[in-house]
Design a protein around this ligand. Sequence first.
Ligand code: ADP
Length: 578
Amino acid sequence: MEEVPVKPLHISENARRVLEARYLRRDARGRIAESPEDLFARVARAVAGAELRFGGPGAAARWEGRFRRLMTGGYFLPNSPTLMNAGTALGQLSACFVLPVPDTMEGIFGAVRDMALVQRTGGGTGFSFSRLRPAGDLVASTGGAASGPVSFMKIFDCATENIRQGGKRRGANMGVLRVDHPDVLAFVRAKLDGVSLQNFNLSVGVTDAFMEAAAAGRTYPLVHPRTGERVGRLDAAEVLAAMAEAAWACGDPGLLFLDAVARANPVPELGPIEATNPCGEVPLLPYESCNLGSLNLARLVRGDGTGARLDRRRLRRLAAEAVRFLDDVIEVCRYPLQPLAEAAAATRKIGLGVMGFAEMLVRMGISYDSDEAVAVAGDVARELAEAALAASRELARERGPYPAWRRGGPAGDVPVRNATRTAIAPTGTLGIIAGTSAGIEPFFALAYRRRALDGEILTEVNPLFEAAARAHGLDPRRLVEDVRRRGRLSAVPDVPETLRSRFVTALEVPPERHLAVQAAFQRHVDNSVSKTVNLPPAATPADVAAVFRRAWELGLKGITVYRYGSKAGQVLELGAGD
Ligand code: ADP
């Protein structure tokens, strides 16, 4: 196999700050004790340790070198817990977990405890609260009234508030409730007060039947989770409107399309999938986890401008190496609970994805808001999925398929090492470390303030944009000043159309285009796709409802919208001026 040539990743000022604050190891006196290069070497060595079990010391040394080059070259980064914890005493490397919440006091508080044990290692946790009896329901042992899912979620939220993950970041949760749960409307409105459940993302689990009922103006039944009895009916369109209104006002809830998830479940015999990890890109069974990693598409463009194209061969080769990396992560990860170790061993789910999609388009001279961008998205996703599947099959030949695999199952007749192989993560922090655009999102703005690391404000101007402005004979400093003040290029007069369209930002991209890009990736990705459909401040609740309906029609597994300005203290703020 060819070696990956290493042009080392340029570590920007912002990347350095993030690495120093949270990722680089410290000595007993709290002083930073490694460089970014040391970090990548530590991770490569720890992960390649898995190769000792399969191929011996020679293989381990060889793969250690390859893994290190993947990271130092800026081609690939694993999820944050791997970067933070590989080769340390903690040793927990996964970003995504789902924990069950049974409808008993022992079950609920057991889940709170499990959550705490996962979160202190840096993992994010997702839950379905659909099994909890509704508020006001009878509690047999006391004759009293039950609190209901939303009330119990506040206990999870409060616990998360008080767990700092190794002192590095606060935990993140996903809470899912089925649309036929009697408390669904309380759940939909749970975050509207702007103070409740701030450590949760919310998703309503909706079925095809519900979406059809909403389209046809029909009612649908509410089902008691304990008895299975029908306990009432709601107007589906009104409930969808309530979700849209809440999402319009505060960003939550999103929707989780349960039937689309079920159709893609690689191991339905292990049970139904009811929840996802915090950012939604990985649907998981109870106790399952997933290791994520992302290839940096910005590093995979050959040439410049109109002649530039995606280097497919390199994408495929890097994807194969990354799949091996992520399968090795499962081997060496130290799971904080025994059922987590068992579930990870049974299905061996991994989620290889991409970051830097928007930067790649800019380098190729393609506007994010174009049919060409959607075609490129489909192209990248297909290459990624095919390469990952081929690599996982190769690993199955070498190491055996995942234990829950069976011939003739949904995955077909060819043994595969990993029940799932691809997912598109948000890469919120990885994108900063790699110095590229997050996940498959368009650039949010060309100049903006980023509130990071406990309130610190960082100012960022897109360097690609600065260079392009210069190439157009424009005074970059004046233009950047203008963009800085107005937030986006389309608000600045006298900018050439080519420049404007190439640097189109998230709020200028129409919702249909956001959805089309998400759908193009989802068509090939076997987990889910983390994507936010950004809406301008003037968007209406009806616009949000339309996005929800369209997402379902497109066969997406989930949908999240965000209307600019609807959240106080948002992470990204347009414009860098005052
Ligand atoms: P990163 O860039 O830090 O690797 P992503 O933004 O790609 O992380 O998020 C990937 C997944 O990592 C999320 O879906 C979630 O499961 C987990 N995650 C992200 N941020 C946190 C957090 N603050 N606490 C716990 N888990 C998190």
